[in-house]
Design a protein around this ligand. Structure first.
Ligand SMILES: *Cc1c(COP(=O)(O)O)cnc(C)c1O
Length: 475
């Protein structure tokens, strides 16, 4: 299987090369040139199997030819061994035919761990086999950075630079990033929004000389390997509720469109998914796009669900490529317009194709708090504000087909966002034992302006300090 760029001007790569590259050189995102199809019998056979076994079966066709199967099996086993639930991603019931997929049992309490724990191992495996180093640079709205640091700290072949929007992540999120004292980890607070941080990272990758000099590698949700790892739990959860013999729908708290894109990939692979509901907070660019056909960035509003405070959903480009039938020139035109005039209009046929599979619903701040309070009242459970957005969207968009099980992706543990939970319920969600002393740990980070050359200077200085490896130069 080859991986091609959504913009059609970068060379096709193998899985492992796309893994290390992250973003394509033409600014596009890598996609497989075809989607493997699992038979109904294979999908039915996932019932009752361990998460790691399903992960191996789902991921294998995407990596075959570039990795050995036993190596993949071992990396998957190690990636999920540290989760604090045997099912890795258990399902629980919230109401009539309404289910919560708990994706917060990993080390940093958000669904990002499911992909990042595997991504770290894949990168380490590939880099050490090649005798190379890489510099990971990632923008985060809070959870990606923590998950990346947990996955990459102390790995011998990588340095990690994480950019987060200063003052726009929760205390727990910030501390999860800043209290890791590993020599290869550098946490940077950017004076700007998440979109500013993401634009800076894209700018670093677009600077070819800088990118090559420091062997930049991306781990943001634009990295295809992350999408693939996320496809797995769509299968495990749907099969637990009767797929492939009956369809299910998913509601997905959405920011950069990586998680829900994985649901779309699962459907392409043969999983019977009826509806995919894009759930957004008041940063509702995708809701507006589905309604009007016009994708137009606005100002980012800070909400209780900060990991979705995004106005540019990078992974949407992959869906556009598919909706335009693989027409890379069309994608270039749309992305050019986005860069020049902060928006573009979808043509009628691709818009119809997207509406055919996706719904979208916006859940505002008051509704989010009401969902948290309602779930507490009805089930004595605390849910995090991102999950509450997903739940509100599920209730709005899926009510018309109550006989189809609705699965809401529970993307974070409530203890990551205690202020929102306390406001809505008066309850304080405790951190799990491994993070109980987080507030007392010393923090390490630098504050930098929203300025690409300042970031480049900082990274250069850190990597050229005595002790930075000479191996990079050889790679
Ligand atoms: C990252 C994140 C999201 C958004 O996921 P995308 O893949 O960016 O759409 C939602 N909820 C939480 C808790 C997150 O960390």
């Amino acid at each position: 299987m080859k991986y091609i760029s959504t913009r059609g001007l970068a060379p096709a790569l193998s899985f492992t090369d796309a893994l290390i590259a992250g973003l394509a050189e033409d600014g596009g995102l890598y996609l497989p040139d075809s989607y493997p199809k699992l038979s109904q019998a294979e999908i039915a056979g996932f019932a009752g199997r361990p998460y790691a076994a399903v992960a191996e079966a789902v991921i294998w066709p995407f990596v075959a030819g570039t990795l050995e199967r036993p190596a993949l099996r071992n990396m998957i086993a190690a990636a999920y061994a540290g989760f604090d639930h045997v099912a890795v991603a258990p399902l629980s019931q919230l109401g009539d035919n309404l289910f919560l997929l708990e994706l917060f049992h990993g080390p940093t309490l958000a669904f990002k761990d499911l992909a990042m724990q595997l991504l770290g191992r894949l990168m380490q495996h590939v880099l050490s086999a090649r005798g190379q180093r890489a510099t990971i640079v990632a923008a985060t709205s809070g959870d990606t950075g923590a998950a990346a640091i947990a996955a990459f700290k102390d790995l011998p072949e990588v340095d990690v630079f994480i950019l987060y929007p200063n003052g726009r992540v929760s205390d727990v999120q910030r501390r999860q990033m800043t209290t890791i004292a590993a020599a290869n980890v550098h946490t940077i607070a950017i004076e700007g929004t998440f979109d500013d941080a993401q634009t800076l990272v894209k700018g670093l990758f677009a600077n070819r000389r800088f990118r090559q000099e420091f062997s930049l590698a991306g781990v943001n949700s634009i990295n295809w390997a992350r999408v693939v790892a996320q496809v797995v739990y769509y299968f495990t959860s749907a099969v637990a509720l009767g797929a492939p013999h009956r369809p299910v729908s998913f509601a997905v708290p959405t920011g950069n469109f990586g998680d829900i894109l994985a649901g779309w990939v699962a459907k392409k692979m043969g999983l019977p998914v009826e509806r995919l509901v894009i759930a957004t907070n008041s940063n509702d660019i995708l809701v507006r796009t589905l309604r009007t056909g016009r994708y137009e960035t606005g100002l980012v509003e800070a909400t209780q669900s900060p990991s979705m405070d995004i106005q540019v959903s990078s992974n949407f480009e992959r869906l556009l490529f598919e909706a335009y039938g693989g027409d890379a020139a069309a994608v270039r035109r749309l992305m050019g317009s986005l860069q020049q005039s902060c928006g573009f209009s979808l043509d009628a046929a691709p818009l119809a194709a997207i509406r055919d599979e996706f719904d979208a619903a916006r859940v505002g701040e008051a509704e989010t708090s009401e969902e948290i309070a309602r779930v507490w009242r009805e089930t004595q459970r605390l849910i995090d504000p991102h999950t509450a957005v997903g739940l509100g969207a599920a209730r709005a968009a899926l009510a018309a087909r109550p006989e189809v099980p609705a699965i809401v992706l529970g993307t974070a543990h409530p203890a990551k966002f205690p202020a929102a939970i306390e406001r809505a319920t008066g309850q304080h969600p405790p951190l799990p034992p491994h993070l109980a002393d987080l507030a007392g740990r010393p923090e390490h980070f630098d504050v930098l302006p929203n300025d690409q050359s300042a970031i480049e200077t900082f990274i250069r200085a850190r990597l050229q300090s005595p002790g930075a490896s000479a191996k990079r130069a050889a790679s």
